[in-house]
Write a protein that binds this ligand. Structure first.
Ligand SMILES: [Zn+2]
Length: 123
């Protein structure tokens, strides 16, 4: 079982299933909210137990983003139409046993870096 927490520790979470979609997102929203990139994976919402009070930001009509109101850590992402929840890989305790599977929204990536790790890329 994976566990994670925000920077200050007010919010922690447990992942009770094998995560899917281990990826790095290069879209504008993820880059703005995280300060660079947002790496995440997802499980069914029922397989993610969260402790602490998450602040939710309605980032668009289709999805919300959860963060710690005290330290600002970007922790969760959830589409309203899906029954899954994404969580930040950077918040996990190690070893995670996970490996990046893909880069997504690379067409929106910043102009100040290259992606050169050999992991598959999707526009
Ligand atoms: Zn915090």
């Amino acid at each position: 079982m994976l566990e994670g927490s925000c920077l200050c520790g007010d919010i922690s979470f447990k992942v009770n299933a094998r995560p899917e979609g281990v990826s790095v997102c290069h879209c504008r929203q993820c880059r703005r909210q995280s300060g660079h990139l947002w790496a995440s994976a997802y499980v069914a919402r029922s397989d993610l137990s969260i402790s602490g009070t998450v602040k939710w930001y309605e980032a668009s009509e289709t999805a919300k983003r959860g963060f710690c109101p005290r330290c600002g850590s970007s922790l969760f992402w959830a589409a309203h139409a899906e029954d899954t929840m994404s969580f930040a890989l950077g918040a996990l305790e190690e070893p995670t046993g996970l490996r990046l599977e893909k880069h997504i929204f690379v067409a929106d990536k910043g102009d100040y870096y290259d992606i050169a790790d050999g992991v598959p890329q999707k526009d």
